[in-house]
Design a protein around this ligand. Structure first.
Ligand code: HEC
Length: 330
């Protein structure tokens, strides 16, 4: 005869069993029931306790503070700004850059033309500190071409046997020369404004390529009622609208070797592609390795899913049957 229906087996019951095993070996089922009741009470009191409430609040406030500190704004919450949208700068349109897709590399012919624009126009005021001559080798020019380009500039070196510094022609290991010896000289020549180093400008500005392209091609006459101070120029894409850099690109300014028509927008597109390469020289390699890693990892995932199913098949598909012993015939 069956004496009692055993209590439903749960994780808490199991735990309680082992805990109560020593204390009350005789009262297994009662101990188990009581333990399971008290554990759910403990959960309830944990959820309603002041400490939990306080720590959840602290966590929420901390997360919001950390997010606003990091990004300056909160998602889904409108911003109140003292500036009008015009003062923030006109938002640049999105352009279809030939290198913006997942599988796209830089247009290297464009980098080469862009270097020419940088050299003939921008290098008069802007430095490109992080790029050495050797970086151009195999990207936009051959080693021989880059050596010739480097030798056009003189670099200080030394000391020599007499202990004096001397000038020597540039080498592949030298960095691109800066137009001004220091910030003060740069400011003095540009009406107090500092032409920023262009090495990372594409990464350093909101809108990246689109912004710099729009800035270079966006010079227009100021609209009625907008006063631009002497020495500044109106450009709707520049935050505030008044920029110290005048329009620098004009049709026919640079003559390309490869016969590409020399228009303002062509120059801007090429120099922006060049500056994007300068900011991300690893770009092409990064996308290639990324693609390889994705292919490799996803095939490994598929393989391990298959191996897992293969190994688990006997366990998942087996059937355990209990055959009670046949009552003995006396
Ligand atoms: C005659 C000197 C001069 C030349 C040439 C020149 N710039 Fe500038 N550029 C400046 C000055 C000065 C500023 C700083 C403007 C300011 O802060 O108001 C500047 C600022 C910039 C900025 C930063 C704008 C921002 O958002 O802060 C970019 C990008 C830029 N120039 C790109 C170029 C490119 C590309 C070329 C070549 C096609 C070029 N510049 C040629 C003087 C020049």
């Amino acid at each position: 005869m069956l004496s009692r229906v055993p209590p439903p087996l749960r994780a808490s019951t199991l735990l309680a069993c082992s805990r109560n095993a020593v204390a009350a070996p005789g009262k297994r089922s009662i101990g188990a029931r009581m333990a399971s009741t008290s554990s759910s009470e403990a959960t309830a009191s944990f959820l309603t306790s002041r400490a939990t409430l306080a720590s959840a609040t602290a966590f929420t406030v901390g997360t919001i503070a950390w997010y606003t500190h990091l990004y300056g704004t909160l998602p889904f919450v409108g911003e109140i700004s003292a500036n009008s949208p015009a003062e923030e700068g006109l938002h640049p349109p999105k352009y279809p850059w030939s290198h913006s897709g997942f599988f796209d590399t830089f247009d290297h012919a464009s980098i080469r033309r862009g270097y020419q624009v940088y050299k003939e126009v921008c290098a008069a005021c802007h430095s490109l500190d992080r790029i050495a001559w050797r970086n151009l080798v195999g990207v936009s020019h051959t080693a021989t071409e880059v050596k010739a380009l480097a030798e056009e500039h003189e670099y200080p070196d030394g000391p020599n046997d007499q202990g004096e510094m001397f000038q020597r022609p540039g080498k592949l290991s030298d960095y691109l020369p800066a137009p001004y010896p220091n910030e003060e000289a740069a400011r003095a020549s540009n009406g107090g404004a500092l032409p920023p180093d262009l090495s990372l400008i594409i990464k350093a500005r909101h809108g990246g390529c689109d912004y710099v392209f729009s800035l270079l091609t966006g010079y227009v006459d100021p609209p009625a009622g907008v006063e631009i101070r002497e020495g500044l120029n109106y450009n709707p894409y520049f935050p505030g609208g008044a920029i110290a850099m005048a329009r620098v690109l004009f049709d026919g300014l640079v003559e390309y070797d490869d016969g590409t028509p020399g228009t303002t927008s062509q120059y801007a597109k090429d120099v922006v592609t060049f500056l994007n390469w300068a900011a991300e020289p690893e770009h092409d390699e990064r996308k290639k390795i990324g693609l390889q890693a994705t292919i490799l990892m996803s095939s490994l995932v598929l393989l391990s899913l298959y191996a897992k199913r293969f190994k688990w098949t006997p366990l998942k598909s087996r059937k355990i049957v209990y055959n009670p012993p046949k009552p003995k015939q006396h």
